[in-house]
Design a protein around this ligand. Structure first.
Ligand code: PLP
Length: 372
């Protein structure tokens, strides 16, 4: 009883995340733990910042990894940028937009929703009209890659509209970073957060974030204290900032940051554009193969995410029994759908290290053999 070490099965992860992790990243995790204020560790953190700037395509000084999952990156953006009473528009076309809205409420903000159908991108016309109706809006928030549906929204256009109305922009890139084009500076994104466990193929539990100088000015000129001590970026920057003497804020997840450093190095070596192309290529293979099996993709081609494929469960197939069969017989994880799509669709992830030909082939073989 309770004496054996835990050895997880070797799965192929093709769900909505976490994704498969490259052995190099897993090896990095097992290197000796050193102090989180050790000069060697601080040097590595500085490299993580540089690498994150590369991945986000930004020059933002305040670019770092929050020591907690994507949800904490989301909260970090809202609690720092929204003060009680401020009007915030949240564009909602799936589960993660809904969570952003919940964050606005919890910050005491005045929430204005711009809602779109699930499986559709954020409507630019609706956003424009809502901003005209609410000229005192201070921020616009939206999700780049909606993991609940596999839909991509046009962040460049959304931010352009928001900027015409002098709003700060907050963007969720948890599923998009490293998988599809994302340009934080060029698109005028003021606050962006992501997750380590999707297209970066790192261990779950870290959230890369980046704040523009506009966002930093807003944080510095707040009238009220940030309600979360842990996520207050002015305090966090005493640890992650550029000063030679770093101040203890919290104990950083040392080994997880080695893993993020390694994952980002691998992304840099491959090249961002090449990584985006690889995701697109693997998606095309998967699309072709599944379409040949008669499976229907639920998102229109122009809005479809290559790294998260929403497909209809074929008639007469039991959702849970099918996915359990794949897990048991092929060690293959595909994702259930959530919210209103639960029981009607599956989500097949092709994220980071998992976006490779062997995985597509395994998935197609498993589908073909199990459906026939
Ligand atoms: N936002 C999006 C788009 C996500 O897909 C997820 C997780 O799947 C999150 C936020 C929350 O991230 P985490 O589960 O790492 O807290």
């Amino acid at each position: 009883m309770l004496k054996d070490s835990f050895y997880p099965p070797q799965r192929t992860l093709m769900g909505p995340g976490p994704s498969d992790i490259h052995p190099r990243v897993l090896q990095a995790l097992s290197r000796p733990t050193i102090g989180h204020l050790d000069p060697c560790f601080i040097g590595m953190m500085d490299e993580v910042k540089q690498l994150l700037k590369y991945a986000f395509v930004t020059e933002n000084e305040v670019t770092l990894a929050v020591s907690a999952p994507g949800s904490a990156g989301m909260e970090a953006c809202f609690v720092n940028l929204i003060e009680p009473g401020e009007k915030v528009i949240v564009c909602i076309n799936g589960v993660f937009g809904q969570r952003m809205a919940e964050n606005v409420i919890r910050c005491g903000g005045q929430l204005i929703n711009v809602e779109d159908e699930w499986c559709q991108p954020v409507s630019l016309e609706k956003l424009q009209a809502t901003l005209e109706q609410h000229p005192d809006t201070t921020a616009v928030a939206c999700v780049h890659a909606e993991t609940s549906t596999g839909v991509k929204s046009d962040i460049e256009a959304i931010c352009q509209i928001a900027k015409q109305h002098d709003c700060l922009t907050i963007v969720d890139t948890v599923t998009s970073l490293g998988g599809i084009p994302l340009y934080v500076d060029r698109w005028d994104i003021d606050a962006v957060y992501s997750g380590s466990q999707k297209c970066l193929s790192c261990v779950p539990g870290l959230s890369p974030v980046s704040f523009s100088s506009n966002a930093v000015d807003k944080i510095k000129s707040r009238k009220t204290k940030v309600q979360s001590w842990f996520l207050d970026q002015t305090l966090v920057m005493e640890y992650w900032g550029n000063k030679a003497a770093r101040t203890y804020h919290h104990t950083a997840p040392v080994n997880a940051l080695y893993a993020l450093h390694e994952a980002l190095l691998m992304l840099k070596k491959e090249g961002l554009e090449q990584a985006w192309q690889r995701h697109a290529m693997m998606h095309n293979r998967l699309y072709q193969g599944l379409t040949d099996l008669g499976i229907k993709f639920l998102v229109d081609e122009q809005h479809r995410l290559p790294q998260l494929n929403l497909i209809a469960i074929p008639e007469g197939i039991d959702d849970v029994a099918f996915r359990n069969h794949l897990l048991r017989h092929y060690n293959l994880e595909v994702g259930a759908a959530i919210g209103g799509l639960a029981g009607k669709a599956w989500r097949i992830g092709l994220m980071g290290y998992a976006a490779k030909a062997e995985n597509v082939a395994l998935c197609l073989k498993a589908f073909e053999e199990t459906l026939n």
